[in-house]
Design a protein around this ligand. Sequence first.
Ligand code: IPM
Ligand code: MN
Length: 350
Amino acid sequence: MYKIVSIPGDGIGPEVVAGALEVLEKVGRKHGLDFSVEEHPFGGASYDLHGEMLTDATLEACRNCDAVLLGAVGGPKWENLPHDKKPEAALLRIRKELGLFANLRPAKVYDALVDASSLKDEVVRGTDFLVFRELTGGIYFGQPRGFDENRGWNTMVYERYEVERIARLAFEAARKRSGRVMSIDKANVLEVSQFWRNVVQEIHKDYRDVELNHMYVDNAAMQIVRNPKQFDVIVTGNLFGDILSDIAGMITGSLGMLPSASIGSKHALYEPIHGSAPDIAGRNIANPIATIASVAMMFEHSFRRTDIATEIYDAIENALASGIRTADIAKPGEKTVSTTDMTNAIVRQL
Ligand code: IPM
Ligand code: MN
């Protein structure tokens, strides 16, 4: 029996999570696996109910389950709260409290969607790389931080153990892929980046079979758009990873396609990369694929069932190959389907 905590959250979150849970149920039936799914409020939905974006009860539930599935949080309704009360702050807190130090963001271009990308077919076709973004350190969490009338400040700091553990994960992953790691930093300017680079090089001594290269983050931003196929595994810090994974997301056509896994030594949380998209919330038109693919990542990383993960990815691929499109991935004038239609099409493939 696997215990899953579902956090639909705000905006389109509930719609895409509902789709993902149907897929979960389907593969459960098919493979004779039992899941208990417990729903908890988080973000704006929680704020409206309890006056807090993240309650102790939700956090406790996340600590006591096998995997968390999260939709999205935030929206205009809660935008004007003070900095530390915003949904974003709650998201950072849940990452920190659960120790989710590694954020995995795959950038994979589905053949059926090559022409949904803003880049040329020959540039994007076959792109398949994996970003390891450090998630609980760096400038997102460094002290001191603050601002007053005349000054604003944050601190970018990395501890040795923080760089070591994410570097190890990246090298391990590269071993199972094409065997290449690109570490991305700003070592020509930032001391913290020089430190990052030194530690990654030290850890590399344990992974001589993997090829390690380094790139400055500004160049990397350009290279991802110029020739994304040169990358296999990327490892980088929190802020650089945030920015580069959005760039990486866009070359695949739509952020609506991309899943993520946030992993620590005890806990794991899976969520689509896209946000809560308040403009289309409640209309049953959001693309559920990113959240469904997040369930695939859950099988891969939390339940060690790559066979089931592959089945889910294949089902997505086949549904797309049959020509079915939500609005975000449709060509102008092309017929589009609803969130539930896309979900059903994928479930049927399974
Ligand atoms: C992401 C988001 C978050 C981040 C925000 C919402 C706090 O942009 O998951 O990439 O910056 O980490
Ligand atoms: Mn981001």
